[in-house]
Design a protein around this ligand. Structure first.
Ligand code: PEP
Length: 249
């Protein structure tokens, strides 16, 4: 089985000014100097360059939280993949449930965004996950399969392993209700099976869990065989908490 380097990502959402981002990076770097993990900071657009410059030469990679699928054009207010690459950004979060819910991010748009990111040289971090209603109705696997098939439809099987998948049950995001390690493992194993059926080298794909990850629960989640890292929201805003999550995994 290929080695899967643990991947721990901080999703700051709409938090931190440029100065606050700089302060965070300066506090985090000494804490993670020895880490062997991939550590990713998903920063607001304005703070991206600051995080890129401050973290050069460290384990930290930098991700945007969204992008437009076109390379350029009349799309006021949008940012393209080539613009992010030109700013030395490494990755981009796509399909976060907050974007699906509040900004009408559709599977059709994601089917264009994921290949556009790959074509530009950005690593997509594709978020999928079910609502509480879907879980209660026994629809978790159906939702995950539908999202994965739709969002990855235009990605060639040999490039699927370049996509990082984040399993984020909507009911666990920002709620303090973490999925149990068993629930998270079951969903991540299912995701890996779907990717295998799509022709991916599924054992090489990094699959993250996201949803109220904290220093206290990170280790048992990350100990699951199909969970390769975490996408951390609230607990990533504090450098000590985020460092503790990296150290725990
Ligand atoms: C997220 O923003 O992707 C997330 C998982 O948030 P939280 O850790 O706050 O639940």
């Amino acid at each position: 089985m290929p080695d899967r380097t643990p991947y721990i990502a901080a999703n700051w959402k709409m938090h931190k000014t440029v100065a606050e981002a700089a302060e965070f990076v300066d506090a985090l770097l000494p804490r993670i100097a020895a880490t062997q993990h991939d550590v990713v900071i998903c920063a607001p657009y304005l703070a991206l360059s600051e995080v890129v410059e401050r973290s050069r030469g460290s384990a930290v990679e930098v991700a945007a939280q969204n992008m437009h699928e076109a390379e350029s054009g009349a799309f006021t207010g949008e940012i393209s993949a080539p613009m992010l690459v030109a700013a030395d950004v490494d990755a981009v979060v796509l399909g976060h449930s907050e974007r699906r819910q509040y900004f009408n991010e559709t599977d059709e748009a994601l089917a264009r965004k994921v290949p556009a990111a790959l074509a530009a040289g950005l690593q997509p971090i594709l978020c999928v996950g079910e609502s509480e209603e879907a879980r209660d109705a026994g629809q978790t696997e159906a939702v995950l399969e539908r999202q994965l098939q739709a969002d990855l439809a235009a990605v060639e099987p040999e490039r699927l392993a370049e996509v990082v998948i984040a399993y984020e049950p909507i009911w666990a995001i920002g709620t303090g209700r973490t999925a149990t390690p068993e629930q998270a493992q079951e969903a991540c194993a299912f995701i890996r099976d779907v990717l295998r059926e799509r022709g991916a080298i599924a054992d090489a794909v990094r699959i993250l869990y996201g949803g109220s990850v904290k220093p206290a629960n990170a280790a048992e989640l990350m100990a699951q065989p199909d969970i390769d890292g975490a996408l951390v929201g609230g607990a990533s805003l504090d450098p000590s908490d985020f460092a503790a999550i990296i150290e725990a995994t």
